[in-house]
Design a protein around this ligand. Structure first.
Ligand SMILES: *Cc1c(COP(=O)(O)O)cnc(C)c1O
Length: 428
């Protein structure tokens, strides 16, 4: 069986371990048969997946290119140097570290480089759109550091910039963090830079969600303004599941030491090679067109859902995702997630600003356009998807047997047949 997007040798896996081989096929089938609207997900290319499924996974390469703790690194050094150079050029950065294993690992390195336990960070609150690693109590960041949180303005539902400035002056944080997981609007990086300078703080932008839109030159870049920008490589960017960071030259040494040896051991050279491939993809005109289409699609989806009474917070989006308040259609986030899923639409419940519900119920959903745009869908398809979401979550009962779920699923099947996620696995 020829499965280019499974990496090296699917046939060998299939004969040795049919159970796991079935999981790989089953997941391709799941991706191909439903609509993937999770804002933090994307579908990486066969080239990226080929690099991931390579013997580079075997190599120990603690250290950095040319300065390793192991012999035999001359080949993988080429991959890491390519990844570093491509990343710097893609984002116009002084310095790049491509070793973080994930977004959370990259963020850990920021704390490691600039903070001592007990020091203060100012960041966005998780229920307002922030991230676990921005000082929540369940994360290392909130257990070992003093986190002060800003939120969103009650009227605009966008970042409360006055509160940012007030809290910065009051608490004099070591780090001010901008960025999060459910922020539909552009972030005013100049503003954050000015406030950070006024209180002598490091400005850290966590661009995990939107760095792909920056790489595709579809939205303004935080790189000229921030001391350090961390990101994931698997969200809009569309690379392997991993992380990276870029920073100003003056912070290069501190951040490199914080990634290794402070926070991580050996780098994953197969993933670093896949990041190099991804950065090359992102420098293409095709990817730039993709990034712009992601935003156009997200905006259409937000508008069309809004027209059906599923209100987008902040009134819409400038990015790849929108957050929707379901109180107008009297459905909880948890029920919406379940009903959509039963109809072949994968999305997530999400707290909305000032949410009256508990986080595991929530009053909202978050939807994103990265996957469906990778599949080649455009704004016309977004109008159809908005209608399908509306029908599924207001009329379904959460079971796949319900007639509305079945009707919606039939239309989902029509869409994904016209815009397949990956080619159909073929025997051969
Ligand atoms: C996704 C995300 C992360 C974490 O990335 P992982 O790769 O899951 O560790 C960090 N920060 C923000 C803002 C994110 O959205």
């Amino acid at each position: 069986m020829s499965q280019p997007y499974f990496g090296a040798d699917y046939a060998a896996l299939q004969s040795f371990d049919p159970e796991v081989a079935d999981v790989l096929l089953g997941e391709v089938d799941r991706l191909r048969s439903g609509l993937q609207l999770i804002a933090s997900e994307n579908m990486s290319s066969p080239a990226v997946i080929a690099a991931l499924g390579s013997t580079l996974t075997n190599k120990y390469a603690e250290g950095y290119p040319g300065r390793r703790y192991y012999g035999g690194c001359e080949v993988v050094d080429v991959a890491e140097n390519l990844a570093i150079e491509r990343c710097k050029s893609l984002l116009g950065a002084d310095h790049a570290n491509v070793q973080p294993h994930s977004g959370a690992s990259a963020n850990q390195a920021v704390y490691g480089a600039f903070m001592q336990p007990g020091d203060t960070i100012l960041a966005m609150a998780l229920p307002m759109g922030g991230h676990l690693t921005h000082g929540t109590k369940v994360s290392f960041s909130g257990k070992w550091f003093n986190a002060v949180h800003y939120g969103v303005d009650k009227n605009t539902e966008d970042i409360d910039y006055d509160e940012v400035e007030r809290l910065a002056k009051e608490h004099k944080p070591k780090i001010i963090c901008a960025g999060g997981s459910a922020i539909p609007r552009l972030i005013d990086f100049e503003f954050f830079r000015r406030v950070a300078d006024e209180v002598g703080a490091i400005l850290w932008v966590d661009a995990a969600h939107f760095i792909g839109l920056v790489a595709g030159q579809a939205i303004p870049s935080p790189v000229p303004h921030a001391d350090v920008v961390t990101f994931t490589t698997h969200k809009v960017l569309r690379g392997p599941r991993s992380g990276a960071l870029v920073c100003k030259e003056e912070h290069a040494k501190a951040l490199d030491k914080a990634v290794f040896p402070m926070m991580q051991g050996g780098p994953q050279m197969h993933t670093i090679a896949a990041k190099a491939v991804n950065f090359k993809e992102c420098a293409s005109a095709d990817y730039q067109a993709y990034a712009k289409q992601v935003i156009a699609n997200a905006q259409q989806l937000a508008t069309s859902l809004g027209e059906k009474g599923i209100r987008p917070t902040t009134g819409g989006t400038d990015t790849h995702l929108s957050l929707h308040d379901l109180q107008g259609v009297q459905v909880t986030g948890a029920d919406a997630e379940k009903r959509a899923d039963a109809a072949g639409i994968v999305l997530n419940k999400n707290a909305i600003p000032f949410d009256p519900q508990k986080p595991n119920v929530a009053s909202g959903i978050r939807v994103g356009a990265p996957c469906v745009t990778t599949q080649g869908m455009g704004t016309e398809e977004m109008k159809v998807i908005a209608d399908l979401i509306h029908r599924a979550i207001t009329q379904g009962d959460g079971t796949a047997e319900h007639s509305v779920a079945q009707d919606v699923r039939a239309e989902v099947t029509d869409l994904v047949t016209r815009f397949p996620a990956y080619p159909e696995p073929t025997a051969g």
